[in-house]
Design a protein around this ligand. Structure first.
Ligand code: FAD
Length: 404
């Protein structure tokens, strides 16, 4: 029986994608994980602060439909989908449960730091060497260079996986400042842009004075044919929240084409226009709106801010307007503030196993290449699936590099 020779594998970037790849590969290979910060998984912990969606309940075509470019992820998700993420976490001692929205969380009582520690413990148990404060600065197909405490350190490898993250929340280490290094190697890159982010809208000062931080619950937001139900939060710059983030992609594309963009907000998605109109009597006045239409003060003032005086004072017109308030959007929040970014290594540079077509023993996984999805666990799932697929390709290379 032939025994496969272990390979020397370097993984750069200690976020969830890099850690998963390291855990998978260190079962059978010599793995060295390099991270420029002093700790692993800083953005993973940030994600943990606001409802830790580790993946989403959906599987199969329903899952892959959430990713673009879809063809890359269709393949990756075949190898490692949301059910495999859950089993993989369970195997690390992190059971999960599905919340009412389909999002998958660590079981109640398990803190984000415990999830991170479980990953770190497994790395340690499998003898992965972790090198902190090593910032990657250059590479060739055989060697990679890091800056460590002002000194250049070089290491050779059989295969290398880059998992450098996107460019938002730079405090976590993901700055995207490595893009130039790849460009210089003749690889196509795309500038980083915000995704899953808030919308800049010019709300009247009076409205902001009273409502910043207040939610608009159970609403529907639509933009150019895409409709999302959920919650938005009024912020000093405009709108944020789970009903807003999926719209940011449409807004981004429209703004690129210099289009004027607005979103339509339906404050009563569970009522038809007719049902709302039927509540109105000849005696209905604005002071009755809260009770009659079951609206919060924030919803009423939001509707008032986005209707003209005649509409606001006429109960029938107001009832109709509640279903379709037009909110002009001036722009997206910055890359720094976004939950995720698009841009990075152009996805055309990657084969279906996430290796570089031009340098096939180098792989790019996680948020660092140009792909997009929505919030709700899909981001981490995309990071896990791409990292797993690359790890599998290194462990079981196929002559034509196709994993199908
Ligand atoms: C506020 C917030 C909430 C989120 N919530 C969720 C959620 O609930 N569910 C979900 O699915 N996703 C969520 N995300 C997104 C998710 O956290 C990211 O998509 C994910 O962390 C990306 O993983 P990654 O491994 O690709 O990159 P990262 O986690 O960004 O890790 C990249 C690592 O590479 C290191 N690095 C960068 N450059 C170098 C270099 N030159 N040399 C060496 N190391 C380097 C960085 O220091 C970093 O540690 C959230 C993100 C934010 C900001």
């Amino acid at each position: 029986m032939s025994v496969k020779k272990p390979k020397k594998i370097i993984i750069v970037g200690g976020g969830p994608a890099g850690m998963l790849a390291a855990i998978e590969l260190s079962k059978t290979h010599e793995v060295q994980l390099f991270e420029k910060g002093k700790t692993l998984g800083r953005k993973f912990l940030v994600a943990g602060k606001g409802g830790f969606n580790l993946t989403n309940r959906v599987v199969g075509a329903e899952l892959s439909a959430n990713y673009s470019p879809n063809s890359l992820f269709e393949n990756a998700l075949k190898h490692f989908d949301s059910s495999q993420t859950r089993s993989w976490l369970e195997n690390l001692g992190i059971p999960t449960y599905v919340g009412s929205s389909g999002r998958v969380f660590p079981e109640k009582g398990i803190k984000p730091i415990q999830v991170l520690n479980a990953l770190k413990e497994r790395l340690c148990a499998q003898h992965t060497q972790v090198h902190y404060e090593h910032e990657f600065v250059d590479f060739t197909p055989k060697k990679i260079r890091f800056l460590h405490m002002g000194v250049l350190v070089e290491s050779s490898y059989d295969s290398c996986i880059f998992a450098l993250g996107g460019a938002s929340w730079s405090v976590t280490g993901s700055k995207g400042d490595w893009l130039e290094i790849f460009k210089e190697k003749g690889l196509q890159t795309q500038p980083f842009e915000p995704s899953n982010c808030g919308l800049n809208c010019a709300f009247p000062i009076d409205f902001l004075k009273n409502h910043v931080g207040k939610p608009l619950k159970n609403i529907r937001i639509s933009c150019q044919g895409t409709t999302v139900k959920g919650e938005a939060v009024v912020s000093s710059y405009g709108l944020e929240g789970n009903a807003v983030y999926p719209i940011s992609k449409i807004v981004r594309n429209a703004l690129k084409q210099c289009q004027q963009v607005s979103v339509e907000v339906d404050l009563k998605p569970f009522n038809t226009e007719l049902q709302l109109l039927q509540k109105v009597t000849p005696k209905t006045l604005p002071k009755n709106y809260a009770y009659l239409f079951k609206l919060t003060k924030t919803q009423i003032d939001f509707a008032k801010a986005h209707t003209d005086k005649e509409t606001y004072l006429n109960a029938l017109l107001f009832a109709k307007a509640l279903k379709k308030l037009t909110v002009p959007v001036q722009g997206l929040r910055s890359v720094e503030e976004a939950i995720s970014t698009v841009g990075g290594i152009d996805s055309e540079e990657l084969s279906s196993d996430f290796s570089l077509k031009k340098i096939p023993n180098i792989y790019c996984v996680g948020e660092m290449f140009d792909w997009d999805t929505v919030t709700g666990g899909y981001l981490l799932q995309g990071c896990f699936s791409s990292a797993f697929t690359a790890a599998k390709a290194i462990s079981n290379p196929t002559p034509n590099r196709s994993l199908n």
